[in-house]
Design a protein around this ligand. Structure first.
Ligand SMILES: C[S@@+](CC[C@H](N)C(=O)[O-])C[C@H]1O[C@@H](n2cnc3c(N)ncnc32)[C@H](O)[C@@H]1O
Length: 473
């Protein structure tokens, strides 16, 4: 079944202790385990009650997978206080209320959901926005079913605390009292690197939150009341020095995008010294995120990409591709190109992505899509076509290249990106155009850049400044 991961007993015991920390359960209380699986939390609650000499509350487990429903019913058949329901926890008809809710929701990304599921969730859950995940919807539903003064303890990926797609969930939590946020060791779930965290929420007015870091340090913080990222609270409790001043990177760039996906790099991309002489006129230098290893002020490429597009970004007719056309028509290569899903909607020898050549061949900055620390390289000649594991930023005028690289490579911006970027499974930062566009530009820097724009926009080609100051979409 989708999203099944068993919670280890030590994490269960830690969470049950947190659940009953302020108030012991009574037999008339109602306790819910949503997505109970074979019943790890139910067993943990019964264990705690037996140890403490407390009569257990009324326990309900809700589980979608029939095999887990059967095994949980079998496991608790001698515990009359336990009821296992074979049902969908995300069914919005559910009007029950619970004094205690504890669980480990499924982690299932939007990418694994069908179109129908996405549409249903988007119409029923406010947290179903952007690249949402089922655990966020479980969180929302659990908050909805939590009785006044009830307590909720869930273990989830920590990233809901800072990713943009969980802003709505943080907003919902801002109306309640998040009492604890405990970052668990990466190895808590064995080899699954989810960066787990336990959140404890009380259905009462907001108040201070105790953050426990992976090193075991504790501090009390006031979480943002507007759904903003909690990242800086998790790191060192101090906000990034870079506070938004109104101007962002998007205002100074004509394009901030992911590099080009061909859908068939083995056909189009090759070491530069392997490009046959007859194809050289179609070859551009290219670089992947992994190849960006040199010092940021120097950029050097060793690969080339064969580009069947003209400088306007229009795909050239096969007849005009000459030797490149012949190469692409080679049976094994043509077969491979035709096997790509993108060719259902475009000619068989196109790239997977559209190719904004006019911007691609301008002076620009390039960065990796995933990195330990964000760095930006300068392509001053504007001749490198970045691959799909890199991002590129085209400043409105080439004169901004150096100052922009200097600013983006500063510790100020690096720390802002650390606070605002999503994390990959290995803990590395994930650069994304949405985040890059929002990088705040401090007012002195913005003033200098505006001056440069003014000086260079009315340049040799006579372009007017007004054209360049249209905001990016
Ligand atoms: C991460 S597992 C946790 C299992 C168990 N609670 C534990 O901690 O060991 C999540 C569980 O949620 C169940 N599940 C997934 N979607 C569900 C839904 N919509 N309603 C109820 N259960 C669901 C899965 O079958 C799985 O058993």
């Amino acid at each position: 079944m989708r999203g099944f991961v068993q919670t280890p007993p030590n994490v269960v015991d830690q969470m049950v202790a947190m659940l009953f920390r302020d108030r012991r359960p009574s037999p008339s209380d109602r306790l819910l385990d949503p997505g109970c699986g074979p019943g790890a939390f139910i067993a943990g609650v019964l264990r705690w009650c037996a140890r403490e000499g407390v009569e257990p509350p009324q326990i309900v487990g809700i589980e979608l997978d029939p095999a887990h429903v059967t095994s949980a019913r079998e496991r608790f058949r001698n515990d009359p206080c336990v009821c296992i329901r074979g049902a969908d926890f995300l069914d919005c008809q559910n009007q029950d209320r619970y004094d205690f809710i504890i669980g480990n929701p499924p982690y299932v990304s939007i990418l694994q959901l069908s179109e129908q599921e996405r549409a249903y969730y988007k119409s029923s859950f406010v947290t179903a926005t952007g690249r949402f995940d089922l655990y966020m919807l479980f969180f929302e539903q659990a908050i909805r079913l939590l009785d006044a003064r009830g307590t909720l303890v869930l273990v989830t990926p920590e990233k809901y605390a800072y990713v943009a797609s969980a802003g709505r969930l943080r907003q919902k939590l801002a109306g309640l009292h998040v009492t604890d946020f405990v970052l668990l060791d990466e190895s808590a779930f064995g080899s699954l690197t989810t960066y787990p965290a336990i959140t404890r929420v009380r259905h009462s007015p907001p108040g201070p939150c105790r953050i426990t870091t992976r090193g075991g340090a504790e501090r009390i913080v006031n979480l943002p009341s507007d759904g903003a990222s909690w990242r800086f609270h998790l790191r060192d409790g101090r906000p990034s020095l870079l506070t938004p001043s109104g101007e962002t990177l998007r205002e100074f760039c004509d394009r901030i995008s992911c590099g080009i996906a061909t859908g068939a790099d083995r056909v189009f991309v090759m070491p530069s010294d392997h490009v046959p002489a007859r194809l050289e006129k179609f070859a551009w230098p290219t670089i992947s995120g992994r190849q960006l290893t040199m010092a940021p002020e120097r950029i050097a490429t060793t690969s080339s990409i064969l580009v069947p597009y003209d400088r306007q970004g229009d795909l050239l007719p096969l007849a005009e591709l000459e030797e490149l056309g012949e190469y692409l028509r080679t049976p094994a290569i043509a077969l491979r190109l035709r096997a790509r899903s993108c060719v259902a909607r475009k000619p068989w020898y196109s790239f997977h992505d559209s190719v904004p050549m006019r911007d691609l061949v301008r002076p620009k900055l390039i960065c990796k899509d995933i990195c330990a620390e964000a760095s930006f390289w300068i392509d001053s000649k504007g001749e490198i076509i970045p691959g799909h594991s890199a991002y590129y930023l085209v400043p409105r005028v080439a004169a901004l290249l150096e100052p922009m690289a200097h600013y983006l490579n500063s510790s100020l911006v690096r720390s802002w990106l650390r606070d605002h970027s999503q994390r990959a499974a290995n803990g590395f930062l994930r650069n994304q155009s949405t985040i890059l566009k929002q990088v705040p530009i401090i007012s002195e820097v913005a003033r200098d850049w505006r001056q440069l724009l003014g000086e260079h926009s009315l340049s040799a080609d006579g372009d007017s400044l007004a054209v360049h100051l249209e905001p990016l979409p």
